[in-house]
Design a protein around this ligand. Structure first.
Ligand code: MEV
Length: 424
């Protein structure tokens, strides 16, 4: 697969079946897997085994983003998202970064944090001493909870003790277990370990434990992506590439200084990351929570990205964020389409998936702030939005595009106009 290009010119002009076949061939999918892409992926009995009180399934579009070159390898990116423009925009942005040599990524070890809340500690200093003295024994015990994880190269790495002199309920001690979860998202492994350790922590501290749960602020498990867009690649419609690069840097600076803008800026990043989370059966709420808390880690909510004009006049972009994603367990294996999505990505580890997601977030952000800093977001967006409006008015088949085109030409994109056009 490594020799294949993710440049898929004309992909958008193919029928759904042709696109599924092309992706299937590209990724070496079985015919049954290609069918899963094009048909109803999650059957009712599978859905019924996933959650409670199931009455059916809820479909969302699955699209493929093209043009991603990450660490010298081409990837097609499956994305599940309801918002128009996201897939097209990210593919365009990935092409721009490709022109500068593609994305480069890195990741920390997949270390998650489990928390144990300790109250009614009679002597905080003595409790901290006792915990420090038994640190190795506690780590060994944590490793016994998940022998498979240890066998796979993961396991307990460290313990941290965080005393809080004041809280709304008085003094509190918080114990952190740092645990390498390898290719799992890690919630189950972590929660099992902290539940097992809690009685020992209570004994050692003389206190009483209450909550035992992982933290979604996975700031020890981050992924970073960076890339360069040559100024020349930003030249379009008579706009000077160096100038566009500067406008994009200014857009980023706006999000760096202002939480109101940073929230929207980061939301755009998550448009991409959530879509890959959904496609691969990952917990997008966990990733969302972690990303936004990380964006506020220094006490003020800020941008997750840095974009600046480098010494050559080209645009440099970088993102780092927590990436608690897995490729084993949970819906990644239970949802049949998530399994196919992972096969399309061809990832070998959760870390690789997290790095791809960081690149996706960076690309999505570039697409958004480039549009905002140049033509504005509405021009491209409304063209796609018009199709949804036409569908909402009851159009089907070729009518959808015809009515959408007409509404765009008239600059009257609303449901009443779509209904009128449909009835005419
Ligand atoms: C819309 O879903 C996302 C944007 O608002 C992101 C941004 O403003 O950077 C376009």
């Amino acid at each position: 697969m490594s020799g294949k290009s993710s440049r898929l010119p004309g992909f958008y002009r193919l029928s759904l079946a042709e696109r599924a076949n092309l992706v299937g061939e590209w990724a070496g999918l079985e015919p049954a897997e290609i069918e899963l892409l094009a048909g109803q992926g999650l059957r009712n009995e599978q859905a019924n085994a996933m959650i409670e009180n199931v009455v059916g399934t809820y479909e969302l579009p699955l699209g493929i983003a093209a043009n991603f070159l990450i660490n010298g390898r081409d990837y097609l990116i499956p994305m599940v998202v309801e918002e128009p423009s996201v897939v097209a925009a990210i593919s365009n942005a990935a092409r721009l970064i490709r022109a500068g040599g593609g994305f480069h990524t890195s990741a920390t070890d997949p270390i998650m944090i489990g928390q144990i809340q300790v109250l009614d500690v009679p002597d905080m200093a003595a409790a901290l001493n006792a915990l420090a003295a038994h640190k190795e024994a506690l780590l060994e015990r944590a490793n016994c909870c998940d022998k498979l994880m240890v066998k796979l190269g993961g396991g307990a790495r460290d313990l941290e003790f965080r005393p809080f002199a004041n809280s709304p309920v008085g003094p509190m001690l918080v114990v952190h277990l740092l645990f390498d979860v390898r290719d799992a998202m890690g919630a189950n492994a972590i929660n099992t370990c902290v539940e097992d350790l809690a009685p020992i922590v209570a004994d050692l501290t003389g206190g009483r434990t209450n909550l035992r749960i992982l933290s979604n602020l996975a700031d020890r498990r981050t992924a970073t992506a960076w890339g360069i867009v040559p100024a020349a690649a930003l030249e379009k419609d008579g706009m000077n590439g160096r100038e566009v690069a500067q406008w994009i840097a200014e857009a980023n600076a706006f999000a760096v200084i202002d939480p109101y803008r940073a929230t929207t800026h980061n939301k755009g990043i998550m448009n991409g990351i959530d879509a890959v989370c959904l496609a691969t059966g990952n917990d997008w709420r966990a990733i969302e929570a972690g990303a936004h808390a990380y964006a506020a880690r220094n006490g003020r909510y800020t941008a997750l990205t840095d974009w600046h004009v480098n010494e050559n006049g080209d645009l440099y972009g970088e993102i780092t964020l927590p990436m608690a994603v897995g490729i084993v367990g949970g819906a990644t294996k239970a949802h049949p389409v998530a399994k196919v999505a992972l096969k399309i990505l061809g990832v070998q580890s959760a870390s690789e998936l997290g790095q791809i997601m960081a690149a996706v977030g960076l690309a999505q952000n570039l697409a958004a702030i480039k549009a905002l800093a140049t033509t504005g977001i509405q021009k491209g967006h409304m063209r796609l939005h018009a199709r949804q409006v036409a569908m909402a008015a009851g159009a089907s088949g070729a009518q959808i595009q015809q009515i959408a085109d007409q509404m765009v030409a008239e600059k009257r994109i609303h449901i009443e106009r779509a209904r009128e056009l449909l009835h005419n």
